[in-house]
Design a protein around this ligand. Sequence first.
Ligand code: FPP
Length: 233
Amino acid sequence: MLDPSRMPAHVACIMDGNGRWANERGLKRTAGHEQGEQALFDTVDAARELGIGWFTVYAFSTENWKRPPEEVKFLVNYSRVILDRRRQELHDRNIRIRVIGRRNWRVPRGVSKRIELAEELTRHNTGLTFTVAFNYGGRAEIVDAVRAIVAEGTAPGKIDERTIARHLYDPDMPDPDLLIRTSGEERISNFLLWQIAYSELVFSDTLWPDFGREPLIAAIAEYQARDRRFGKI
Ligand code: FPP
């Protein structure tokens, strides 16, 4: 049972294991990503029903460009298809869509256009904020923040942690309370490096295509059993 008074405000998720899920079934890796789409939207729905305010997923990293060209092509095109297919449904559920990542670097116009459409359509929604990290890298995000701060001519002595936070891709996004990675891997892989300084990390053995409501609840239960001290005693 979850304690409603100790729900995480922001849950972030590294969706891992799509390829292995497909391999185990003798299917192409792309079939794993397709099943992963279903898992993703089941999880978004569960997060919304649980009253979580922010849910963020790692859909495509700056390193994912190094995958075989057919898989890169599939993932990039699939993101466009998903945004087209799910935009209205998410809007109907009062979900606000946001995308973080390098927008104007390598991203095909068709995808950036869909991102703008989805963000625009759902801009005023007041339910869950669903953030998709696409063409995202945590180090790239910090580099981009530093570039923007320097470009503004800020004096070095005026730069503090809040200055950096204000220049991240989405300055409104609260730091995640809980970061989940699926598939038994225990790495951060360049995800939200600045924002996870004090996040609780939960590693789930479930492969992403099998994720959904129950594994999300199990991860939150594990989070609620932790003692968060933020450096205090
Ligand atoms: C990791 O599994 C998963 C990905 C790299 C892609 C995840 C993307 C989706 C589920 C689609 C969501 C897209 C949008 C735009 C919301 P893996 O391929 O690394 O699996 P493996 O580690 O078993 O090989």
